[in-house]
Design a protein around this ligand. Structure first.
Ligand SMILES: Nc1ncnc2c1ncn2[C@@H]1O[C@H](COP(=O)(O)OP(=O)(O)O)[C@@H](O)[C@H]1O
Ligand SMILES: O=C(OP(=O)(O)O)[C@H](O)COP(=O)(O)O
Length: 393
């Protein structure tokens, strides 16, 4: 179903609440990759040109309903001001007297960034009262946060109950590009899943097994599968609650026609620090007191070979702690394999896109998506709540 877009409504002089996904990777208060801000610019600039009052809202990290200083959106407001060439106002809350006053003082074409919506626990609970409070700040709701569209939260879904709700340009483009690539994908179709949001993303694997020809698992996600295979995992990031599910998924892959590729070797270290002692070991020999922080060279070669055979590749989640050069080789190898392939390639997710940018191959990827979990759920065939909430054309 086609959704109404920001072009389908009159926004001039209106207060427009735009949900963006400014959940950018940070090192302290330095934004290490601003792709998600860059990709939201067309909607923001269009609204400015149309003379709307642009009220931006986003989450950053997972502060769990508390004010956490490192998750303030202040560095984002600064970067956005630089990119727009115009001062972006910033308030310290998303609801209440301070935003209300700032909005009352906005002129047409002004841009204001609200504070991290997840400082309120009501956001992730999709609390009705909070959604209504957000809605009262504006006349129109625009959802441009594709990266958070798989979340049924107050600022992504709940608010749409109370305002005319339309898609932004980024949201439209993401749905179109992903739709083209994954509806009747060219085969072999390979999906690669890694990263650290294991309990969030392991659930998508079951449905993916019905869609892809090859499923590659690396990064933190692979550790839970190692445990499921009966290997020791030392101090690695493992989700004990998901080990049984991982076992079932391994069995399901065997009984379906899907090739499930898991790491056979790993880079282990004594600590998650760039200078920590490290070595490469087979996954069957992960020592106690060590942690898996990257896939090993043999796994990287196997994964790259599978990518070479593919006609469509979707990748979300780095193969290791790529932020530290010592543990970035696996992620770099996979990024290069995608870049060198003739397949339709899609890379999604804040950190995965940062990794591809770090390797310098983003221009060799068919579609850079701002959503990781959102892309995977879209690929599963799920209706994303942030999209469902928008008005039909
Ligand atoms: N073996 C591992 N152990 C711990 N963290 C890991 C491991 N492999 C990858 N990561 C971390 O996963 C994070 C990214 O995960 P995720 O948020 O799921 O990806 P994306 O943002 O691309 O969707 C990175 O910060 C990376 O350091
Ligand atoms: O970074 C995000 O997802 P991603 O890591 O799957 O790309 C989105 O901003 C959603 O964040 P969330 O997974 O904390 O809801």
């Amino acid at each position: 179903m086609q959704k109404k877009s920001v072009k389908d409504i009159d926004v001039t002089g209106k207060r427009v609440f735009v949900r963006v996904d400014f959940n950018v990777p940070l090192n302290g208060d330095v934004i290490t990759d601003d792709t998600r801000i860059q990709k939201a610019l067309p909607t923001i600039q269009y609204l400015m040109e149309q003379g709307a009052k642009v009220i931006l809202a986003s989450h950053l990290g997972r502060p769990k309903g508390e004010v956490v200083e490192k998750y303030r959106l202040t560095p984002v407001a600064k970067r956005l001001s630089e990119l727009l060439g115009k001062e972006v106002g910033k308030v310290n809350d998303s609801v209440g007297a301070e935003p209300e006053l700032a909005i009352a003082n906005m002129r047409n074409g002004d841009v204001l960034l609200l504070e991290n919506v997840r400082f309120h626990g009501a956001e992730t609970k999709n609390d009705e009262k909070y959604a209504r409070q957000l809605a009262e700040l504006a006349d129109i709701f625009v959802n441009d946060a594709f990266g958070a569209a798989h979340r049924a939260h107050a600022s992504t879904a709940g608010i749409a109950e109370y305002l005319p709700a339309v898609a932004g340009f980024l949201m439209e483009k993401e749905l179109e590009n992903l739709g083209k690539a994954v509806t009747n994908p060219e085969r072999p179709f390979v999906a690669i899943i890694g990263g650290a949001k294991v309990s969030d993303k392991i659930g998508v694997i079951e449905n993916l097994l019905g869609k892809v020809n090859t499923l590659i698992i690396g990064g933190g996600m692979a550790n839970t599968f190692m445990k499921a295979q009966g290997y020791t995992t030392g101090k690695s990031l493992v989700e004990p609650d998901k080990v049984e599910l991982a076992k079932e998924l391994i069995e399901k892959a065997k009984s379906s026609q899907v090739a499930l590729l898991l790491p056979t070797d790993a880079v282990v270290a004594l600590a998650m620090e760039p200078t920590a002692q490290q070595k490469v070991v087979p996954v069957t020999e992960i020592p106690e007191d060590w942690m898996v922080l990257d896939i090993g060279p043999a796994s990287a070669a196997t994964f790259a070979a599978a990518v070479k055979q593919a006609a469509t590749v979707v990748w979300n989640g780095p193969m290791g702690v790529f932020e530290m050069d010592a543990f970035a080789k696996g992620t770099e190898a996979v990024a290069r394999a995608l870049a060198e392939s003739n397949a339709t390639t899609i890379v999604g997710g804040g950190d995965s896109v940062a990794a591809v940018n770090k390797v310098g191959v983003a221009d060799k990827i068919s579609h850079i998506s701002t959503g990781g979990g959102a892309s995977l759920e879209f690929l599963e065939g799920k209706v994303l709540p942030g999209v469902a909430a928008l008005q039909d054309k």
